[in-house]
Structure formats: C-alpha cells, structure tokens
Write a protein that binds this ligand. Structure first.
Ligand code: GLV
Ligand code: GLV
Length: 319
C-alpha cells in the first residue's frame, strides 16, 4: 500500500504530482491560510509523511497524535516550529531545505540593508504623496553603504553569502559566531569580534542566526544601547531574536537610526503594529527566500526529503 502524505498548504502542482506518484496525497488546499490545528491533529494521526511550512507548530502534543509518522519535512531552512526532540523520541525524521535558499535570502537581506540605508521606501512614499517640490541638498539623505562597517551575527551559509555581497560593496566586515571561521576570515577579509564589540563598532548589524533558546531575545535593550545612534539593524532570521518593544523605543528615541525587518515575533503582524508607525522601519512580510526559482527548489527539496525517508533512506538534510 502507498504511504499517506499530508501536505499542509497548496503547493505547486508539479511537486504534488511528484509526491502523488509514490504516495496517497492529502492536502490542506482550500485557501492560502495555515491549516487549523484541529485539522492537522486529525491528519497527522494516519499520515506516514508530513510536508509542512513554518506556519505550522509541530509541538510535542501534535507529534504524540501521530501513529505511524516517519518524516516531518519542513519547507524552510529554519525549524524552530518543530519540536525536534519530541520527533526524535518517536523515531520520526525531521528535514529542512537549506542551501537552495542561501543566495536568495542573502539578496533580500542586502535589499533591506540598501532600502533602509537610502530610505528607498520612505522616498517613494514622499514622491507619491506629492511632497517632491525641488531637489534639495540634504533632502532624504541616508547612510553610505560603501566603506561602512557591517557586523554579521551568525556566520552560517546565509551569513557567508551576505559577507560576500558586503565585500563587493567594499564594506568592512566583522562577524560574531559560536565558532570562528578562520579560513573564511582570510578569504573574505573579515574580522571576528565578540558580540558587544560588534554591536559598538558596526554601522549595519545583520542577524543571520537560527532561532533557538540561545538566541531568543539576543538583541534586547542592552544590546540596542551599545549600537551607534547612526546604526541600522537588519533582521531576516526570526522575529523572536529581537525584543520588538525595545527596538521600537530605541528607534523612536533616535538611539538607533533605522531597521529593516522581514521577520516578527508574531507573524503575520497587523497594520497597526507599533513598528509600522515609524518611517525609519522598512518592513517586509517574511519574504527572505521568496524568488520563484528558489521557492520551487525548496518545495522540490522538501518533497525529495519526504520521499527518501518514506523509502527508508536517510535524506541529505536531516536535522
Ligand atoms: C524561512 O524563514 C526559512 O526558514 O526558510
Ligand atoms: C545629482 O543628480 C547630481 O547630479 O549630483
């Protein structure tokens, strides 16, 4: 008998078809909203494989409902939405989709850096509101990128891809990571610093670390107070790494120059979120990996991970 797979959202047909060649597919496909918890609790009971997104919380209680589940395939590089230990205790594999999204996510991170530094979104709104009366020496002036110091927190795959972009822009690069990457330091000409030094010395601070109990609230009031008044904070990792209240007050009081944010503590945020009231915040709705090519690759890789595991093989990207 074919294994049963539950897919938690409508994904591209070609990927569904690929899975359907080997499995009985069930899918939450009615609307483009997250599957209700109660539906997922029912579906997971009989599923052999689960294809899910970062919008699904697969906690211990959810995992305990599963009677024959072998694989949880997350279509994301981050997997903080899954209780990996609870899965492991039941011999359920958990997989993610790194590598294929590295360059795309670094691109978005650099886009936010540039948009924030040069006030692109604010300037566009200014023009559209009819405020553009003349060219003026200090009108809508921002911060230079060329020659500035970028501090990268987390030197994994995406951090490295960001560093390569920064090098192309002739930035000084410093980084903080759990372990030093000496070979890469030499190759890219970047410098390792402890977190506090990085925060003090950087013009741009980019968060490129996974979300875990170690990084929750990593950037809070104290860390923000160490940053230069002219500094710009970019977060394309996970919202919970930054204390949003502390960030809001730092930006409002002018203790920090601007922030570019693709991720938030509770997603989706509503239009009346305090951070959205600030002109010096550039915000995007968690689109780090959202290029057509990369999202297709992620879906395909998640399908491949799932199918391999269902055949009793070990996929490349097991957590
Ligand atoms: C997106 O945030 C991902 O983790 O892939
Ligand atoms: C600006 O457009 C300039 O020519 O300096």
């Amino acid at each position: 008998m074919k294994p049963t797979v539950y897919i938690t959202r409508k994904i591209p047909d070609e990927i569904v078809n690929k899975i359907a060649e080997e499995c009985t597919v069930r899918m939450w496909g009615e609307q483009d909203i997250a599957v209700p918890k109660s539906v997922l609790e029912q579906e997971i009971e009989e599923a052999d494989g689960l294809f899910c997104l970062l919008t699904e919380t697969i906690d211990k209680t959810m995992i305990e409902k599963a009677k024959k589940l072998k694989i949880i395939s997350n279509m994301a590089v981050g997997y903080n939405n899954i209780d990996v230990n609870a899965a492991k205790a039941k011999n359920i594999l958990v997989t993610n989709t790194p590598d294929v999204l590295t360059e795309t996510t670094a691109d978005l991170t650099f886009s936010l850096l540039m948009a924030t530094a040069r006030r692109v979104v604010e300037a566009s709104a200014y023009l559209r509101k009819g405020k553009w009366k003349t060219w003026s020496p200090m009108q809508l002036t921002g911060q230079d990128i060329y020659g500035a110091t970028i501090g990268i927190i987390g030197m994994g795959r995406i951090g490295e891809a960001l560093a390569r972009r920064a090098k192309g822009f002739n930035m000084n690069i410093i980084y903080f990571n759990r372990n030093r990457k000496q070979k890469l330091e030499e190759e890219i000409e970047m410098q390792y610093q402890d977190l506090n030094s990085l925060l003090r010395n950087s013009d741009f601070i980019c968060i490129m670390t996974p979300y875990s109990s170690e990084t929750r609230g990593l950037i809070s009031e104290k860390e923000l107070s160490l940053m230069k008044k002219s500094a710009i904070l970019i977060n394309t990792a996970r919202g919970g790494i930054v204390d949003e209240d502390a960030l809001y007050y730092a930006l409002r009081k002018g203790e920090l120059w601007a922030a570019g944010l693709d991720v938030f503590m509770n997603e989706p945020i509503s239009v009346d979120h305090p951070l959205l009231t600030l002109p010096n915040v550039v915000a995007t709705p968690h689109i780090g990996s959202a290029s057509i090519q990369t999202r297709l690759k992620m879906a395909d890789l998640a399908a491949e991970n799932l199918l391999l595991a269902l055949k009793g093989r070990i996929p490349k990207y097991v957590i």
